[in-house]
Design a protein around this ligand. Structure first.
Ligand SMILES: [Zn+2]
Ligand SMILES: [Zn+2]
Length: 302
């Protein structure tokens, strides 16, 4: 239980902080450009929200650009048609509604990836999920062909890693130092001590924190939305290696069943505000890097 003293101190700090800077800082942060490096536009979201509405939400929230992985992949291009430069579409190997189940056995995956990348429609590959105990593994043949394409076209790959799989990822990034790899979803059960070796051994990797907000897995900040000590130190030590995103997909919360359309985009503003909040606690030059500059560099956005 918190002591009265601690509660009182917190209250006083909040009141002083709010009176002195609160509304001004909040307003400034809300308007500062933000790169959301992890959003989706999936077939089971389309029943609820269309491309125009998503683009409207991104613009209203001050997002400078959003990296989109869609299932099926083509939906990212639909969003791009509406959003223009706001949208960085990735080629998703999930080329049909249930593609996540069979892409790694399907020769067409790599053919479609090559078409999509060579036409210049897509600016990267992902999201590719690796879940411990389930196929595919990171040495899957089709996946390795996707990595070859990423190398040829010099584009990033967004990889979803669950806890326990970070060692497989470490092998992967060490084996492919020439690839630009994005490690999605640090936080949760992946602590700073799990991520440090990835950062230190693989200069080609960027780490992001989507879906590790208080509503989904957590593990990034405390109850006051300040970075947990391990994360704060790691970020301050390697400020060029982190980005973040909202990942507005809600089925992972289990409050929504799999036979319902996914209403993740209705939480988007809340998720973005959360990320802005923890970033705002960092020194301003580091804020700027994590909010925008690192993603600009990684995704080659001018
Ligand atoms: Zn993911
Ligand atoms: Zn995702």
């Amino acid at each position: 239980m918190k002591s009265r003293h601690v509660i009182l101190r917190g209250l006083v700090a909040t009141v002083i902080g709010f009176a002195a800077f609160g509304p001004v800082v909040a307003a400034a942060n809300a308007g500062q450009g933000f790169a959301d490096v992890h959003v989706h536009f999936n077939w089971d979201q389309q029943e609820i929200i269309g491309a125009e509405e998503i683009v409207g939400k991104l613009r209203a929230a001050g997002v400078e650009f959003a990296v989109v992985a869609a299932t099926p992949s083509e939906l990212a291009l639909e969003l791009k048609r509406v959003g223009g430069d706001l949208i960085i579409p990735l080629f998703s190997p999930y080329t049909h509604e249930l593609g996540r189940n069979d892409w790694y056995r399907d020769e067409r995956t790599a053919i479609l990836a090559e078409e999509g990348l060579s036409s210049g429609q897509y600016r990267g590959i992902g999201e590719v999920h690796f879940m411990r105990g389930f196929p595919p593994a990171t040495d899957n043949r089709i996946f390795l062909r996707l990595l070859q394409l990423a190398r040829s076209f010099d584009v990033p790959v967004m990889i979803h890693i669950d806890a326990g799989n970070e060692l497989a990822f470490l092998d992967l990034c060490r084996d492919h130092p020439e690839l630009k790899l994005m490690f999605a979803h640090a936080g949760g059960n992946l602590y700073a001590r799990h991520i440090r070796p990835v950062i230190e051994q693989c200069a080609n990797v960027m780490i992001e924190f989507s879906a590790r907000d208080p509503w989904r897995f957590g593990g990034l900040t405390d109850d006051d939305r300040r970075l947990l000590p391990g994360w704060r130190e790691l970020i301050l030590e390697y400020p060029d290696r982190f980005m973040t995103g909202t990942d507005p997909v809600w089925k992972v919360t289990r409050t929504q069943t799999w036979d319902q359309a996914d209403d993740g985009w209705s939480y988007f503003e809340k998720l973005l505000a959360y990320h802005r909040q923890w970033i705002a606690e960092l020194p301003p030059p580091v804020q700027q890097k994590i909010r925008l500059d690192n993603a600009r560099r990684f995704f080659n956005v001018r």
